[in-house]
Design a protein around this ligand. Structure first.
Ligand code: NAD
Length: 261
């Protein structure tokens, strides 16, 4: 019970990695607010976890929705200890050369609005409550925050931006609130969506042969599922084991970059 009596808010907590984080936090004794744009996924999670969770439907791009998510979390559970910024979309590695100028411009706005602005607005909304509890924030980055080839230029740029954001927030919010990140690699069981601007609604993440790809790419020679990544978030959220950590981003990706030449 690493997180007994702790309260967390997880964006994108209705699916994939976010859902696995919710599950792990509940298992460790926390109560969790799930903020997701899919009401259906929230309903399923509430069915699965009962009164240990509360669901808030909304869009991370909107100031009011972020503020409402924090308010509903505190109204349900009395406080907030950990804010997990995790909701994100992908560009399905669409190359710049194959993208029309107008599409590129709209896709840039959409991708940065969800993957970066969503984190910034969520952090701003959570901050007053985290000051009260001397709490912390954890953000989902990606292997694409460190290496090329984990997406197209837009996704890779958003995830590099997340690392800069984490460092600046860690600097600005110290000594009151700690800010860290996890950089997972490919996630089995994810439903990671593409952009509307690039008409990627019909593409399914589950159609990617992730197991085969990861077997070839990774020194650890296999794909990892969302649950295997969730423990890193429990580590960062644990007040006993992670008191010195702020501004850290954990490469948690099956060893990408450890191949050498
Ligand atoms: P997922 O699609 O399974 O889960 C993301 C959730 O976020 C969904 O439930 C979705 O409804 C929600 N969401 C998306 N846009 C939203 C918005 N505007 N407002 C509110 N909710 C919104 O995807 P996932 O793979 O679990 O992705 C979670 C995070 O992990 C993302 O930040 C992603 O970039 C990162 N990541 C994923 C992979 C991967 O291989 N899937 C690898 C590295 C990093």
């Amino acid at each position: 019970m690493q997180l007994k009596d702790q309260v967390a808010l997880v964006t994108g907590g209705g699916s994939g990695l976010g859902l696995a984080i919710v599950e792990r936090f509940v298992e460790e004794g926390a109560r969790v607010a799930i903020f997701d744009r899919s009401q259906e996924r929230i309903d399923d999670a509430v069915k699965a976890f009962g009164d240990k969770v509360v669901g808030i439907a909304g869009d991370v791009r909107k100031v009011d929705d972020n503020n409402r998510a924090v308010a509903e979390c505190v109204s349900a559970f009395g406080k907030l200890d950990t804010f997990v910024g995790n909701a994100g979309i992908w560009d399905y590695s669409k190359t710049m050369v194959s993208t029309e100028d107008d599409e590129l411009s709209s896709a840039f706005d959409e991708m940065f609005a969800i993957n970066v602005k969503g984190y910034v607005l969520g952090a701003k909304a959570a901050l007053p409550e985290l000051y009260k509890t001397k709490g912390h924030m954890i953000f989902t980055a990606s292997n694409a925050a460190f290496y090329p080839g984990g997406g197209g230029v837009l996704y890779t740029a958003t995830k590099h931006a997340v690392v800069g954001m984490i460092k600046q927030m860690a600097h600005e919010f110290a000594p009151h609130v700690r800010v860290n990140g996890v950089a997972p690699g490919g996630i089995g069981g994810s439903n990671l969506a593409g952009t509307s601007a690039l008409s990627q609604e019909g593409i399914k993440f589950s159609d990617i042969p992730l197991d085969d790809l990861m077997k070839q790419m990774l020194p650890l020679e296999r794909a990892f599922n969302a649950r295997e990544y969730a423990g890193a978030y429990a580590f960062f959220a644990n007040r006993r084991d992670n008191t010195p950590g702020t501004g850290a981003v954990l490469n948690f990706d099956g060893g990408i970059g450890m191949r050498g030449f």
